[in-house]
Ligand binder design. Structure first.
Ligand code: GLC
Length: 418
């Protein structure tokens, strides 16, 4: 127990590159958006000052319009594609030009609430509050200008669940042609059988080319993107983040800001309700180009519980769905419904267990009045990490480790689970 917590702390320290943490050495040599939010919460369990620093360094990458990029390229590295030259932005430090699920407000709130150094925590939170508010305004303005209650995600990388089968149908519309020459580096570090396929990568880069051609202008990107989905994960995390931001605004913001945030919460609550799939008993993504719902259940489909956005009956039904999944695998929560033909135990987001998603699902299950299932998800997560170490992800059928070793966000989650 102590060993595993020591190892988790050592992993975070080892991946520290000077105030920001790389997800893992080599495979991911920069600062990633939602990884860092979880990492900050992990650091907060033993080094509060370092936790704030992680958030501040991520915000160095924030754009003037409020976007918090998916990647901040603090220092050059040859180990990753597509690097800053492909994105071609003028921001300093260089960044990518898409985003990731906004876990930052929940993370900042938690770092604040668990702080023992109250003076420092108050001051550092006060300093970053405007950046968080600006980011949530960006989501509304850039990704839901028509106020539908469902923000659009324009790239599978923005969902953080790159090759989830929830995107298969929508991605089929994206051409495999690129102007950028694709020079993958991930397959050099990791067994290709565990990574997205070659054609997935062509499509990922087609989208990047398309957005660069749109000058990274939010309205032009939204109009031009051949991939536009309402991702249950992103929509749920944003709704949760708005509630945390509302709590923060009561301490650090104004009455007008509170009203503005409450207004977005009401809008997003109505939006997320439309993603409920009555037949499957889980929330599912929607294609915003043709309105078609996704047809496969994924672990993101439980995240509306983390957003506190379920009716009592939906809480009960989604817990029953998860219990059904548990009959098919040894460990929870597989990233894809293990009864679905799309389930692949080792391929990245098409089956493996990801500790960060488990942590959010467990939080949601507690809220939903399902403490036993929440405890099961936490216990499984701890067992996987304690047995194999803080790997990138795990095979739900046998618990075997996969992807990259010594992964920061997995270590952070181990610390959060105590
Ligand atoms: C992969 C994951 C993404 C994560 C990143 C860094 O791209 O799909 O969720 O943020 O790696 O760990």
């Amino acid at each position: 127990m102590t060993d595993t917590l020591d190892r988790a702390r050592a992993t975070l320290r080892a991946n520290d590159r000077g105030g920001y943490t790389v997800p893992t050495a080599r495979l991911y040599p920069f600062q990633w958006n939602w990884d860092s939010a979880f990492v900050a919460m992990g650091f907060a369990t033993f080094d509060e000052a370092r936790a704030w620093r992680e958030i501040e360094r991520l915000l160095e990458g924030q754009w003037g319009d409020g976007l918090i990029p998916q990647i901040v390229f603090h220092a050059p590295s040859d180990n990753y594609f597509p690097g800053p030259e492909v994105w071609g932005t003028r921001h300093a430090p260089p960044t990518s030009s898409i985003t990731q699920p906004p876990v930052l407000a929940p993370a900042a709130r938690r770092v604040l609430d668990t702080a023992t150094n109250h003076g420092e925590a108050e001051a550092r939170m006060a300093a970053i509050y405007p950046a968080l508010l600006g980011n949530h305004r960006w989501w509304q303005r850039a990704r839901d200008p028509l106020r539908t209650g469902l923000v659009a995600t324009l790239h599978p990388w923005e969902t953080g669940m790159d090759n989830s089968p929830a995107w298969d149908r929508a991605m089929a519309r994206v051409p495999t042609t690129t102007t950028t020459v694709v020079r993958r580096r991930d397959n050099v570090h990791i067994d290709p059988a565990m990574r997205p396929r070659a054609e997935d990568y062509q499509r990922f880069i087609h989208l990047v080319d398309c957005f660069r051609d749109a000058g990274w202008d939010p309205a032009r990107m939204l109009a031009a993107s051949p991939f536009r989905v309402a991702d249950t994960g992103t929509v749920a995390i944003l709704l949760r983040a708005e509630q945390d931001l509302l709590a923060l605004s009561r301490r650090f913001g104004s009455a007008a800001e509170q009203a503005e945030i409450a207004d977005r919460i009401a809008l997003q609550r109505a939006g997320i309700a439309t993603l409920w799939n009555e037949q499957a008993g889980i929330w599912m993504a929607r294609d915003l180009i043709d309105g078609a719902p996704a047809v496969v259940g994924t672990s993101a489909g439980f995240l509306p519980l983390y957003a506190h956005a379920a009716e009592a009956e939906q809480s009960r039904r989604s817990a029953a769905t998860l219990t059904r999944w548990a009959e098919k695998v040894r460990f929870l929560v597989p990233s894809t419904d293990p009864a679905d033909a799309a389930f692949e135990p080792l391929r990245y987001w098409r089956g493996p267990i990801w500790a960060v998603v488990n942590w959010m699902i467990a939080d949601g299950l507690d809220w939903a009045g399902q403490p036993k299932l929440a405890a099961r998800v936490r216990a499984d997560t701890a067992t996987l990490i304690d047995t194999a170490g803080p790997w990138e992800y795990f095979d739900a059928t046998d618990g075997k480790e996969a992807g990259g070793a010594d992964f920061s966000w997995t270590a952070a989650i181990r610390l959060l689970m105590g």
